[in-house]
Design a protein around this ligand. Structure first.
Ligand SMILES: [Mg+2]
Length: 324
């Protein structure tokens, strides 16, 4: 499997994961145990047709567009505002799912004229999964940058909306796993390498180091041995990161990873998106059910955007210096 195909699989599996989760977002695990998601469904939670994706995909597409057209943190923040306030890159023409932290940060950019460098919310309560859900293209685009540069980009792009160190680190752990999945011989090796790199990098900074205990189940490798009852699927960034990693490490193929992620319940679409990115990398494009890809809203436009993005990410990406 070549690099381009792996990256394409990651993006499609992530978007499909979002769309699988949309109709059942907020359903509990107990409710889904009685009537589990087995296929792409329509309507439900937001009354949207089959294949409709949400804010997760919209912001992934905005991120891809900004990165390939010449990454700039302020113009990326403004593009996110265009999504939230003008329905740009929405599946069906309007925004039906936006997180509070994201809303508050983007409101500061649009209405207060704040720079994207200072717009993000940074209290402990601002550690939802709203920046993790849009991090996949950042990891793909900067996959061959030196590790400190990859993490600096992940942190600054998270901080447009989510600026607490725990949110930045959650995005960093994810980017390292994505980067390793692109080259490691299997997903267990990729996970082990990513954890070692994250631990080494974050231990060197006192602020990040003080947050490491929140990632202990990932760092200790305890995660792989846990059962479903030990995995949470709320909107908290650590829960989403753990759930996505756990599904990827314990399921054998992309379809199982996606369905397991969504059927964990609660923040189904974001768990689906984050897990999907990892699943596509681990198992390839053939592992993503083609009928699920075909069902996606704006499929042709997404395909064109992915192709242009990957062309830039793999062959023509200019060097973008990271913020100090
Ligand atoms: Mg969503």
């Amino acid at each position: 499997m070549d690099l381009k195909e792996k990256m394409k699989a990651a993006l499609y599996a992530g978007i499909v994961g979002d769309a699988l989760g949309v109709p059942v977002e907020s359903s509990t695990r107990q409710e889904l145990a009685l009537c589990s998601v087995k296929n792409m469904l329509g309507y439900g939670r937001y009354d949207q047709p089959e294949g409709t994706w949400s804010d997760d995909t919209a912001l992934v597409l905005c991120t891809m567009e900004n990165l390939m057209e010449g990454y700039d943190i302020d113009s990326m923040g403004k593009l996110f505002c265009k999504w939230l306030f003008e329905s740009y890159w929405t599946a069906t023409g309007f925004v039906f799912d936006a997180g509070l932290t994201t809303y508050l940060a983007l409101d500061r950019i649009l209405h207060d004229g704040a720079s994207s460098k200072v717009s993000g919310c940074s209290t402990e309560d601002d550690n939802g999964n709203g920046s993790l859900m849009r991090m996949l293209p950042v990891a793909l685009f900067f996959h061959d940058s030196p590790l400190p540069e990859l993490l600096a980009h992940a942190h600054e792009i998270s901080a447009i909306t989510h600026a607490h160190p725990r949110s930045k680190m959650g995005c960093g752990f994810y980017c390292l796993f994505v980067k390793e999945l692109l080259t490691a011989p299997d997903k267990t090796v990729a996970y082990r390498n990513a954890v070692a790199q994250a631990l080494h990098f974050y231990s060197a900074d006192p602020v990040f180091k003080s947050e490491l205990p929140h990632f202990m189940r990932i760092i200790s490798h305890e995660l792989q041995g846990l059962g479903e009852n030990d995995i949470r699927s709320s909107g908290y960034i650590v829960d989403t990161l753990e759930a996505a990693m756990w599904c990827t490490l314990t399921c054998e193929n992309t379809k199982d990873i996606l369905l397991t992620a969504v059927n964990l319940g609660l923040d189904t679409d974001t768990t689906g998106m984050v897990a999907g990115g990892l699943a596509g990398l681990a198992h390839g494009l053939d592992s993503v059910p083609p009928q699920w890809i075909e069902s996606l809203s704006r499929k042709e436009e997404i395909e064109r955007l992915i192709d242009r993005f990957l062309e830039t990410a793999i062959t023509t990406r200019p060097h973008v210096p990271a913020a100090a």
